[in-house]
Design a protein around this ligand. Structure first.
Ligand code: GP9
Ligand code: MN
Length: 408
């Protein structure tokens, strides 16, 4: 009920940090283009396979962008849909099931809805069936004005692989949709080719497979490269369409692609044993934020998908004081640097806690549990409060601002 919400509100308010003054509003009125990269983990960035760069485009692009190299996905069983949920609501996904399915009728205060009110056109683009992950219903609750799904694309066997339309086709067909959107817009693109089991025809491969006892890991690299090239072409098309200079471009990985079943092969690739500490480190996904007119910078601050919404809203000059959020602005000096994963593991500036064990973040060495203990309660609290909001549909009690949406 309402009183539970008051407690959560106090907690959120106590943890709020002031936005960075320099950056606040720097991208005011600009379009927001988001690219969710399927199964792309951070370990492929600035890395080679068989002597070839895996992501040559992203490696260049991040040098002219803000690049967060300590950014963790926070998804659970809802995979891509969980990442969408967390990024756009600054809430955690659920510990069991997919919130897109179980709570699509809740009252939310999601990024699309907030941007609609600021005069943005909002759309998600993904060349899959609209009902996959219950997106068609959930997107209504999140406030999307338009969902370009499979029916908005020409999809046939020749331009498809594995789960559907190949990323290069997806982006090139999407440009037409983008051009017809009123500006400013928020457009989210969800890629697909780099999806398990990472299938790709020989002619579409620019680099060779890796060699190990895991065929899955071996195939992963050519499909990651394929998506890298698709994004390169997309950025070039944005420039040609005159959309590059007035858009903030955000590129992030949705969740891991290589599961723990492939630890031996992945350990061979990385040249180290995959301990529980490394398993947590492997949950890092790339986050690249390109702001027109600003120079590149690598930020090693510990961060997670839950932080994206306040970060982007502040860049766009939209304050978040009247929203419930568990993330903090990544550009803020006072950022907390506590990132909680959905399984209860957490990462701080100096420590990683997982499977009831505390590790030194820098060395990976086991360390005394007392170092992690000060954060334990906080980490648990975050997940519990977020769960309460979802299970109790508590945002319907939140503030007068939301009331008008309840009757939509
Ligand atoms: C499906 C795509 C992939 O539409 O988002 O889903 P995943 O299996 O990664 O959750
Ligand atoms: Mn996914």
């Amino acid at each position: 009920d309402g009183s539970k919400l008051a407690e959560i509100e106090n907690y959120v308010r106590a943890n709020r940090v002031e936005p960075d003054e320099e950056l606040y509003g720097n991208a005011k009125g600009k379009n927001l283009i988001m690219v969710s990269m399927e199964s792309t983990q951070n370990f492929v960035i600035n890395e080679t396979v068989n002597g070839e760069e895996i992501t040559p485009f992203l490696n260049r692009f991040l040098q002219e962008s803000y690049y967060f190299d300590n950014f963790y996905h926070q998804t659970g069983q809802g995979k891509t849909s969980d990442s969408e949920f967390t990024v756009e609501n600054s809430l955690y996904p659920l510990g069991r099931g997919a919130v897109f399915f179980t709570h699509s009728h809740n009252q939310y205060r999601a990024l699309p809805e907030i941007l609609n009110e600021k005069g943005y056109f909002t759309a998600s683009l993904h060349a899959n069936n609209g009902s996959f992950w219950n997106r068609d219903l959930m997107y209504k609750s999140l406030g999307y004005k338009r969902f370009y799904d499979i029916d908005d694309y020409q999809v046939h066997p020749e331009n498809s692989v594995n789960w559907g339309l190949k990323d290069k086709e997806f982006f090139s067909q999407s440009i037409a949709h983008l051009k017809e959107m009123p500006q400013p817009f928020y457009a989210k693109f969800i890629t697909l080719t780099n999806h398990f089991p990472f299938l790709l025809a020989e002619k579409d491969r620019s680099i060779d497979e890796y060699h190990s006892n895991s065929k899955t890991l071996n195939r992963y690299f050519p499909t990651v490269r394929y998506t890298d090239e698709a994004i390169r072409q997309f950025i070039a098309d944005l420039k040609a369409a005159g959309l590059y200079e007035n858009s903030v471009i955000v590129i992030y990985g949705d969740h891991y692609g290589i599961s723990e079943n492939h630890n031996q092969a992945l350990g061979q690739f990385l040249g180290k044993e995959i301990t529980p500490f490394e398993t947590v480190q492997l949950q890092r996904v790339p986050l690249i934020i390109h702001v027109p007119g600003e120079e590149g910078k690598t930020i090693t601050k510990v961060s997670g998908q839950v932080d994206l919404r306040p970060t982007l809203l502040h860049l766009l000059g939209i304050q978040t004081k009247d929203t419930i959020e568990f993330g903090t602005d990544l550009f803020s000096e006072d950022n907390l640097e506590l990132t909680v994963l959905r399984d209860g593991s957490f990462i701080t500036k100096d420590y990683i806690y997982t499977l009831d064990t505390c590790y030194d973040k820098q060395t990976g060495d086991l360390t005394e549990k007392t170092f992690c203990e000060p954060f334990l309660e906080n980490a648990k609290q975050e997940l519990e409060y977020s769960d309460k909001i979802i299970y109790g549909d508590l945002l319907r009690f939140y503030g007068d601002k939301n009331k008008k949406h309840r009757n939509k």
